[in-house]
Ligand binder design. Structure first.
Ligand SMILES: [Cu+2]
Length: 69
């Protein structure tokens, strides 16, 4: 299991949290997604076939580009 944490400035409310958690949960290989609105962070646990690249691409596609780990 790998874990990665992102700062995502676009996170602003509970809907953002729900959107991100729902979209990432649907990705095969993603085991856990925890979004905290207050500090605008997402912590993701994953293993293959999910990859950092796929996760970052998805986040960007849904409007929440990550800014580093
Ligand atoms: Cu929001």
């Amino acid at each position: 299991m790998n874990t990665i944490k992102y700062n995502i400035p676009a996170i602003s409310c509970g809907h953002c949290k729900m959107n991100i958690e729902r979209e990432l949960d649907e990705m095969e290989g993603v085991a856990s997604v925890v979004v905290t609105v207050d500090d605008k962070q997402a912590a993701i646990g994953f293993e293959v076939p999910a990859t950092v690249e796929k996760i970052e691409t998805l986040l960007t596609e849904i409007g929440y580009p990550p800014q580093g780990s």
